[in-house]
Design a protein around this ligand. Structure first.
Ligand SMILES: [Zn+2]
Length: 266
């Protein structure tokens, strides 16, 4: 694979000489020579990608059947997940000035909605984006007032609903690596964020110990889902390219899991 030619330039620095990184069946990860971004050169088709999210099969079927009645409290690990979400939400809230009124909050890739639940406890007006509707159903059953504010569309399409500078706080925990067009998604986040708002992300770190020792067996290399993988350094450059003035990286919310956190301000 040493003479593999990358078919698309690096989204981060536009360099065109990315080199082959790892193969997974017909999907190829390449790495930008200049900024070190690792990305899937040839995306799978939409159906294959969606199936990777739902897990397919029995698990997905069981979720579908239970979706109309299930409440959040019946989710396995409920207390743990809510505690974790409260911690992450408090971290993000700590980065914005005290609120004059009710805060507006968006969680991109909200999964089962624990961050939204933590923000509701804090009296926020919450919105969520989650492609897999069955995942978010227990949240909608638990908080019917907010079910119209959870959208199962791609972020790019959901973002169009919001005017400029709408949100005080936006989070994307373990999500930016899933974006198909990360620069344009980041610019949309920048557009809908208030001037003194904050955007908090967590994503896998290509410079973590596991990435180095495991090579192509590193768990974050999942080419149907993780399309772009960053390091702390290139993520700062990436945030700035998307328009953010201040990008600060720090250690992940869960210890030693090979991710990093970034806080982005306008
Ligand atoms: Zn690059």
């Amino acid at each position: 694979m040493s003479n593999y030619q990358a078919s698309r330039p690096c989204v981060l620095c536009d360099a065109t000489d990315s080199k082959h990184y790892c193969s997974f069946n017909s999907l190829e990860y390449v790495q930008c020579n200049r900024c070190k971004l690792i990305y899937v050169d040839n995306f799978a088709d939409n159906d294959a990608m969606y199936k990777a999210y739902t897990g397919g099969g029995l698990k997905s079927l069981r979720r579908k059947l239970l979706a109309p009645i299930r409440k959040m409290r019946s989710i396995k690990g409920y207390t743990h997940f809510l505690q974790r979400a409260r911690g992450i939400f408090a971290f993000a809230k700590g980065k914005v000035p005290p609120a004059g009124g009710q805060r507006t909050y968006l969680d991109i890739g909200c999964n089962k909605g624990f961050l939204l639940a933590a923000a509701i406890e804090d009296d926020c007006n919450v919105h969520g984006v989650e492609l897999v509707t069955e995942l978010i159903a227990p949240f909608c059953n638990t908080y019917p007032d907010f079910k119209e504010q959870v959208y199962s569309d791609k972020f790019q399409d959901v973002a169009k609903r919001f005017s400029d500078k709408y949100f005080d706080i936006i989070t994307a925990i373990d999500v930016v690596e899933h974006f198909e067009d990360p620069l344009s998604d980041m610019r949309e986040v920048h557009r809908i964020l208030k001037d003194n708002g904050v955007f908090v992300i967590q994503t896998p770190d290509i410079d973590c110990q596991k990435a180095k020792t495991l090579g192509c067996n590193w768990g974050a290399l999942k080419p149907l889902e993780h399309l772009h993988l960053f390091g702390r350094e290139n993520f700062v450059a990436f945030g700035k390219k998307a328009g953010f003035k201040e990008v600060t990286v720090s250690d992940p919310f869960e210890e030693a899991d090979g991710n990093f956190v970034a806080v982005l301000k306008k």
